[in-house]
Ligand binder design. Structure first.
Ligand SMILES: Nc1ncnc2c1ncn2[C@@H]1O[C@H](COP(=O)(O)OP(=O)(O)OP(=O)(O)O)[C@@H](O)[C@H]1O
Length: 368
């Protein structure tokens, strides 16, 4: 089953502002496809348009190549799992799982089989006679999942299905969900605002912001080759540093104290944003030729996150080995920057990337 979105737009009735503009993408058969973006960017709206629960203002939705804009939800062969699980409190686990099957012309035995199989798949067979209130959050989530499995729909839409679970259970369920999707060969379209969830689960991710698609790509490419500053900032913990820089000849100059040589790169702009991942900055501690001052140090185990300030102006983060002896107010020197991206100051689009090659992975940063 493939789903194709062609310039899908949505403006809610009574509003003159669209919430989504020209969303275009093809979702492939068997793909774990994640839609991610900040709160209110239109993720649920997009998912509901695919499900047929919200009307499409313009553009086309194709399911298996057939235009489905007006197709009733029940004919779309999709199942849906919500954040709230949407379980009926007065029904048992098994009844909840079988509920959707009752309206389809299936025999009682067929329904029973499907419910049994689905419950076994999510390891809930023992709890089949319990009511939802007698279950933990994770178990409720699995009932909702079993219901989607029992429907035998080949596409499953999920709207923040793990957000009500605690961090540990969420991590466990991510793995289970991914395994289940693979073994059943399901196409999953999964909405979340959590970048970690998107990165760990997705085959491909669609990043939404400001009504528009920012980038559709694999997790690795989103991190390593972001198309704009928004995507660069959305993925990665701690966040990428975005620093204002002047282009002076063959160099980028940040805050008059840090010079990044531009290798095989010519820039026409005079001011740009330079994106540097915190782990790509190499420092030395000590006042000699210092070009930055430490503000805070957060210990994370093997590594520490250092917040520092350049020339008492722009702040940036560094991920450093915890063995490094450094504390607030220490002076440091940036001695190298492994790689960086350059973004347009206004549009925030990527202009160029500088990557060290295998033999010379470090771009020397020069202090003044
Ligand atoms: N039925 C509706 N009528 C009018 N506006 C709506 C309706 N549903 C959502 N919106 C608006 O559309 C925008 C997108 O909402 P949507 O729920 O799709 O975002 P979201 O990315 O899923 O957000 P969240 O992550 O907070 O759930 C928001 O500004 C919201 O207020």
């Amino acid at each position: 089953m493939t789903i194709t979105l062609e310039q899908l737009s949505k403006t809610y009735e009574g509003s003159n502002q669209p919430v989504l503009k020209d969303v275009a993408v093809q979702i492939n058969d068997g793909e774990f496809f994640v839609i991610v973006g900040p709160s209110g960017c239109g993720k649920s709206t997009l998912l509901r348009m695919i499900a047929g629960l919200t009307s499409i203002s313009s553009g086309r939705l194709l399911i298996n190549g057939k235009v489905a804009n007006q197709m009733p939800p029940k004919d779309r062969n999709l199942s849906m799992v919500f954040q709230s699980y949407a379980l009926f409190p007065f029904m048992t686990v098994a009844e909840n799982v079988g509920f959707g099957l009752k309206s389809r012309q299936l025999s009682a035995t067929e329904i029973e089989h499907r419910v049994d199989d689905a419950l076994a798949m999510v390891s809930l067979s023992e709890l089949r006679d319990r009511k939802p209130k007698e279950l933990s959050g994770g178990q409720r989530q699995r009932v909702a999942l079993a219901r989607a499995i029992a429907s035998e729909a080949k596409i499953c839409l999920m709207d923040e299905p793990l957000s009500n679970l605690d961090a540990q259970l969420r991590a466990k369920m991510r793995v289970e969900l991914k395994q289940l999707q693979r073994s059943l060969g399901l196409t999953v379209i999964y909405v979340t605002h959590d970048q970690v969830e998107a990165m760990t689960m997705a085959d491909r991710v669609l990043v939404l912001n400001d009504k528009k698609v920012q980038q559709v790509d694999t997790p690795v490419n989103l991190y390593q080759h972001p198309q704009n500053a928004f995507v660069a900032q959305f993925f990665g913990t701690p966040q990428i540093n975005l620093l204002k820089a002047d282009v002076v000849g063959h160099d980028l100059i940040v805050d008059s104290v840090l010079r990044l040589p531009l290798i095989q790169m010519r820039l026409n702009d005079s001011k740009v944003l330079v994106g540097i991942r915190p782990a790509d900055i190499q420092i030395k501690v000590g006042p000699q030729q210092a070009n930055a001052r430490v503000v805070t140090v957060s210990y994370l185990g093997d590594q520490s996150v250092i917040t520092a300030v350049l020339n008492d102006s722009q702040r940036f983060r560094i991920v450093a080995d915890s063995q490094l002896q450094v504390a607030a107010d220490d002076l440091i020197r940036i001695v190298g920057v492994k790689e960086f991206d350059v973004f347009d100051m206004n549009s925030k689009e990527l202009i160029a990337s500088q990557r060290g090659d295998v033999n010379d992975a470090t771009v020397a940063a020069t202090e003044f």
